[in-house]
Ligand binder design. Sequence first.
Ligand code: F3S
Length: 301
Amino acid sequence: KIIVEIASPTGFCFGVKRAIESLEHCIDECVSAGEGNGKVYSIGMPIHNPQEVERLCRKGLVVTESIEEVPEGARVFIRAHGVPPGVKKKLQERCGNRVTDATCPFVKNAQEKAALLSGEGYYLLVLGDPDHPEVQAIVGCASGDVSVASSLSEVQGVGKKDKLGVISQTTQKTEFFGAAADILARKASELRVFNTICGATTRRQDAVRKITGTVDGLIVVGGRNSANTAKLVEIARSRGCDVLWIEHAGELDGRWFAGKARIGIAAGASTPDWLIEELKIAIETSQVSRGMEGYDGRNDD
Ligand code: F3S
């Protein structure tokens, strides 16, 4: 029988938990007050986990692509990743005090540091993925020159600056952050670095480093669009661990289990506990002891 070990901590972080609770509270309020057909609008996915978003949509969440799709006066929710100040202002103009801002306090801290550095005349460099909504929201807080670097070669390419301010996407890998700061120390007369990687990220990444040494393979469960999940996969693979990245138990491939006696599970910060539990049960049930030959993740016992 396969032994399953779950990384600790793993799954929902403080910021995502807080945002989901706040969103469910908004939906409940709208339903009990009979307002807006019990609908609450979010610009973009409230968290990067399609299964959890589906569950919330069944309760009353509506995910839109743009502000224009939000009916005037509707209840609107700002997700943990935050939005640029200009977007928040437009939402408030459209929906008044019916905007609930669930931006994670750690993301808010990065936004404040961006505004501070920029306001003090530093060229701002954000270490992160330029396409990620959290980074776009942080960049939106800068009032001066700003750029984003997502790789060490991009960091190498930053020109000499008099005053250089550096912050990071909250889910950045600590190794990348350290290596980038080292390179940037040679590029500016004055360098100011704020480590804005959040503690939840660091602890989840450390948990993956630890578990890779004790298992024959690691299943990372989390949305394919989740930046912090991708980082967990990168860390485990860079340590030579055999990694299977899935969104839910239905994606398990029985062949991957061949020759493995001890399996680890780690999950992104936006992966709910119920998905982790479902996965653990799927692995531990009889399909595994039968060798999982051709197993497709369904538990038919
Ligand atoms: Fe916040 Fe960190 Fe989670 S920034 S949303 S606690 S990963």
